[in-house]
Design a protein around this ligand. Structure first.
Ligand SMILES: CC(=O)SCCNC(=O)CCNC(=O)[C@H](O)C(C)(C)COP(=O)(O)OP(=O)(O)OC[C@H]1O[C@@H](n2cnc3c(N)ncnc32)[C@H](O)[C@@H]1OP(=O)(O)O
Ligand SMILES: CC(C)C(=O)C(=O)O
Length: 559
């Protein structure tokens, strides 16, 4: 086999656009575009098994629910499934008044006629005509000159005009795509579109949609933006055209190209949910819309229950949404690594304290709750995790707020278990590790709080009585007020010879109202001066405190 020394010699750099005074780089997007979903057309034509009517109907309903107002529902001349679905839909009365359906046709006579027939009876519809215009398609696919290719577009436009005139009961809009626009000569694309406009006579009140596809993405997104700005500046009658973008993702920048294209003057964006579409897909409408959302621009599309959207899209396309897909992927709000967890946990705490709604949580570009995601899975623990990780999980799962020093004490326990298991630790694993490390609750072999009662003296001081057991041998304890902890410790020392001394004590509430409980943490020293921790979780502070003493005592006994 002959090997090329440098295979890249097969390729050439994409030429620059002659636009030295380009304006788009200094613009910002301040309003959403008109959105068109082509899930049921470009998306559908790219999947292994195109959708049947059940799937198409379900997808259509989803698009209506999330607020898409222009929906390309198919390619009527592709076959009976497509035709029947489209004809059935427009006649079913299921197209809301504020939604316009669109169909695509090649610029071929029989296909255009079939497309109009499929829309018979529609209140309003867009017929979308296309033919490829760039050199490779002219030379290789059509073997035609520029004039001949322009003539294909003009002939199609004339037929569209005439077919529409036969059906005045429908409010028609015309869309023309110079397919392969981004790899064609710009002046030629302008001239073809101009010729189509001459036939269809659009006005500012009744504009044509000129859709400028990056049919195959072949350059960096700034080049596409230059092409859009150039086209907008050089199209005669620009005010009578809605400029639409239709990007593909062959270089992985389909969304970026559409964003820059909007900055360059476009009005409308075509794409698919989660970037389905030919080859590497189309511009992802979810990503693009939520990118706007995170800049404070309401995209006008509702993704507040994103998991339901994903469920329908996956069912209809039979393609899973990647776990790392922007905004929607299962893992995109999850931090496993220690420093990320630490920052996110601090971010959530700061967010809870601040007075405004401004979202400023490190590592999370959007509030998962805005998309219907809960915070629970944001931080997950494995061997790459740090203190912030398990502290967050314990707080979310058990309501426990571990003091910082106790987090440091618990950390090696979690690390050991994560290394031993070699997998992610779930909340139950962490809680079990915690229970074992601090003898939380009781263990048959250890000390137990058997009985506990609390009352108030006339001056309000707490009075308590109870029993402690070791291996079933019970011992009474009692105390008053702040002497509670020391009196239990005294009882333990006398009855069982357990030596512990309190170094520090913290408590916090775990709930409110009838669910109110408390957690208490003791930092203690055992007889050898080593630090041990006690932790009690209970229905009130006093009980939690006693349990904390017992758990510390259990640790001391265990040593
Ligand atoms: C970029 C895009 O995504 S465009 C959308 C593409 N989507 C689809 O093609 C899905 C639906 N398509 C279909 O079901 C079929 O292609 C049909 C029914 C429309 C047409 O099928 P066929 O008649 O077998 O034609 P086929 O699809 O092979 O197209 C090839 C012919 O169309 C011509 N053609 C291709 N594009 C165009 C165009 N935009 N305008 C005019 N002619 C075109 C080709 O030159 C070729 O002509 P030739 O046979 O004289 O060489
Ligand atoms: C028909 C056009 C809009 C298309 O799908 C493309 O060029 O990718």
């Amino acid at each position: 086999m002959t090997m090329l020394r440098d295979p890249s010699i097969k390729y050439r750099p994409f030429p620059q656009v002659p636009l030295p005074d380009r304006q788009w780089p200094s613009r910002t997007i301040t309003a959403p575009p008109r959105w068109l979903s082509t899930d049921l057309r470009d998306g559908n034509q790219s999947i292994i098994d195109p959708m049947d009517a059940v799937k198409k109907n379900r997808f259509f309903d989803l698009l209506v629910e999330i607020g898409v107002k222009e929906i390309e529902v198919g390619f009527p001349s592709a076959g009976a499934t497509e035709f029947d679905f489209i004809a059935g839909l427009v006649r079913s009365g299921r197209v809301p008044d504020d939604v316009t359906v669109q169909v695509l046709t090649q610029s071929r006579e029989d296909l255009i006629r079939t497309s109009f027939e499929s829309l018979e009876g529609a209140k309003r519809a867009i017929v979308h005509l296309y033919n490829a215009v760039s050199p490779a398609w002219r030379d290789i696919v059509f073997r035609m000159s520029k004039d001949e290719v322009r003539a294909i577009a003009v002939a199609g436009a004339k037929l569209m005009r005439d077919e529409a005139a036969k059906r005045p009961e429908t409010e028609w809009q015309f869309q023309y795509s110079p397919e392969t626009f981004s790899t064609a000569e710009l002046d030629f694309s302008v001239s073809v579109c101009e010729a189509v406009m001459e036939v269809l006579q659009p006005t500012p009140e009744h504009p044509i949609i000129l859709n400028l596809p990056a049919t195959v993405e072949a350059a960096t997104p700034n080049i596409y933006a230059d092409q859009i700005e150039y086209f907008c500046r050089n199209l005669p009658g620009r005010e009578s055209a809605v400029i639409s973008l239709h990007t593909h993702n062959d270089r992985g920048t389909g969304v970026a190209a559409a964003e820059l294209g909007l900055m360059a003057g476009a009005d409308r964006v075509e794409g698919c949910l989660f970037g389905n579409g030919e080859r590497t897909g189309n511009c992802c409408l979810v990503t693009m819309a939520l990118n706007l959302y995170t800049q404070g621009v309401d995209p006008g599309l509702d993704f507040s229950d994103l998991d339901r959207v994903i469920e329908t899209v996956e069912f209809c396309n039979q393609i899973p949404v990647h776990q790392r897909h922007p905004y929607g992927g299962e893992l995109v709000y999850t931090a496993f690594s220690g420093s990320h967890q630490d920052a996110i946990k601090k971010g959530f705490e700061a967010h809870a304290r601040q007075n405004d709604d401004l979202w400023r949580v490190p590592y999370l570009p959007i509030d998962p709750a805005d998309l219907g995601r809960s915070y629970e899975a944001v931080i997950r623990v494995n061997s790459q995790s740090g203190k912030g990780g398990f502290a967050w999980v314990l707080e979310q799962d058990q309501g426990l707020k571990l003091p910082k020093k106790m987090q440091a004490d618990f950390s090696p326990h979690v690390q050991r278990v994560a290394d031993e298991l070699g997998r992610e630790l779930n909340a139950a694993d962490i809680w079990e590790t915690f229970r074992q490390a601090y003898h939380v609750q009781t263990h048959p072999k250890h000390l137990q709080l058997v009985d506990y009662e609390e009352s108030r003296a006339a001056d309000g001081t707490r009075i308590f009585t109870g029993k402690i057991a070791v291996d079933g041998v019970e011992q009474s304890v009692s105390g008053r007020g702040n002497g509670l902890i020391s009196s239990v410790i005294g009882t333990l020392r006398e009855a069982f010879g357990v030596e512990i001394e309190v170094a520090d004590y913290t408590e916090h509430a775990l709930g409110t109202g009838t669910d109110a409980r408390a957690a208490a943490y003791l930092e203690c020293r055992d007889a050898n001066g080593r630090t041990i921790w006690g932790c009690g979780i209970d229905e009130d502070v006093a009980t939690a405190s006693v349990r904390a003493v017992l758990s510390a005592a259990n640790s001391a006994v265990a040593r």
